[in-house]
Design a protein around this ligand. Structure first.
Ligand code: HGY
Ligand code: MN
Ligand code: MN
Length: 422
């Protein structure tokens, strides 16, 4: 039996509702996109909640919001938890948010119980987990894990600003980004998140222990043809970039067998009824737990784009925006999460994650595990996204208990070393 108090569900519901009120009223759903005024204001409020919970708050060079509870044992490395509070356009109130507000509530439970941790505990609201206008996701966790490079910082957005400038406007110091990597090492990272799929709900199991996270490869395919008069140019003489793009979209769908792949955005120029399209840009991604499958997908798509270009006399260019490898959760962290669930009377379910998470990047630094709670009807990245408060409360209780269990583990077990070497 746990000696930690149960999370205060009224307080958690209030926090969820307040953060949801920081939203873009011009956009659908509960939109709070990274680098927007709404995101900045929401995170300022989150910083206040961290302080109220007894955390010492700082903003690091990548504009990650970090709340620290000092440990008493002077053990090296931190126990880290958290997630993100930015949303996709038209998103919901739970994706990422449950992991940040849940971590703050877990801190309150630990402090209320007088629980002393040997390691420092840090709660992170990572900057910009969702793909942003620069085409990049997980900006903050990439920076912390040392993989946000100069090329990323130079990416330019629709308003002509660079990613570095956007990070600075959100309170970061991009010139000092090397310092964003955890200076004191990672004992382990545990993230609470909504499942974003239907598996737990259908199985009537309220807690999932994540086994691993899919790899995600994101790309931009640019197709160049020629703009011509749509009434006078014979079909045989056209170099229609959009018709080529249509073939490419269907190729992405065809090559998705065995994994998932999506074209989520397309831009056409000049974009008029009566002009043959001269340029098309497609933003697409593929996901799989199998790194080999992802490589094959990329090869197949590159060959197919070349073939489309040759057949249709179009120029084609494929650029990879990011290529995240699949990661597996660390056994001893996953075991601790399972034990924490059982201490709350729940037999958890092992479950892979088809969604990407900051945890994928934190896994570069050390042992990683995730706790999932059910999503109603599996809906996510939409305004209807919903998780019952009781399930969120249980997830927070499991997170708090898992933090205590993982804190007590000795460091540098062989599993952790193998993980870092991957
Ligand atoms: O796109 C994803 O998988 C995540 O929700 N950011
Ligand atoms: Mn998301
Ligand atoms: Mn998320």
């Amino acid at each position: 039996m746990s000696r930690l108090p149960a999370p205060d569900l009224v307080r958690v519901a209030d926090d969820l509702e307040t953060l949801a009120s920081y939203r873009d009223p011009q956009a659908p759903g509960w939109t709070r996109r990274v680098f927007s005024d709404f995101d900045r204001a929401g995170r300022e409020w989150v910083a206040g909640r961290m302080e109220d919970a007894g955390l010492a708050v700082e903003t690091d060079a990548a504009a990650n919001l970090i709340g620290r509870l000092p440990g008493s044992g002077r053990r090296p490395g931190v126990v880290a938890t958290g997630s993100h509070t930015d949303t996709v356009r038209g998103g919901g109130r739970y994706d990422g948010i449950v992991g940040v507000l849940g971590a703050i509530e877990a801190v309150r439970c630990l402090r209320q119980a007088g629980a002393e941790l040997a390691h420092d505990l840090v709660v992170v609201d990572f900057l910009g987990e969702e793909p942003n206008d620069f085409g990049l996701s997980c900006v903050g966790s990439r920076a912390i894990s040392g993989s946000l490079d100069e090329g990323h910082l130079a990416l330019s957005g629709p308003d002509g600003r660079s990613l570095a400038e956007a990070i600075a406007a959100s309170g970061g110091r991009p010139a000092a980004l090397a310092g964003a990597r955890w200076p004191d090492g990672l004992h382990c990272y545990i993230e609470l998140h909504v499942e974003q799929g239907p598996v737990l709900e259908q199985a009537l199991v309220p807690i999932g222990v994540v086994t691993g996270i899919v790899g995600i490869h994101r790309l931009l395919a640019s197709i160049e043809g020629q703009s011509d008069h749509a009434g006078t140019t014979p079909m045989s003489l056209r170099r229609d970039a959009l018709a080529g793009a249509a073939e490419a979209i269907l190729a992405v769908e065809r090559f998705a067998g065995g994994g998932v792949a999506t074209v989520g955005r397309i831009e056409i120029r000049p974009g008029a009824h009566n002009v043959v399209p001269a340029e098309a840009d497609l933003w697409a991604e593929a996901r799989s737990p199998d790194a080999g499958w992802l490589d094959n997908f990329g090869r197949n798509l590159a060959e197919e784009l070349d073939a489309i270009g040759t057949r249709r006399h179009l120029g084609t260019k494929l650029s990879w925006i990011s290529r995240e490898h699949p990661v597996t959760a660390t056994d001893w962290v996953a075991d601790a999460i399972g034990e924490a669930a059982r201490s709350r009377g729940v037999e958890p379910m092992s479950i892979p994650s088809g969604a990407g998470h900051d945890a994928s990047h934190m896994a570069r630094l050390g042992p990683m595990g995730m706790v999932f709670v059910p999503s109603r009807a599996g809906r996510s990245h939409c305004p209807e996204e919903w998780t019952d408060l009781e399930d969120i409360g249980l997830g927070i209780a499991v997170l708090a208990e898992a933090i205590v269990l993982c804190d007590q583990r000795e460091e540098e077990r062989p599993g952790a070393a193998a993980h870092l070497a991957r």
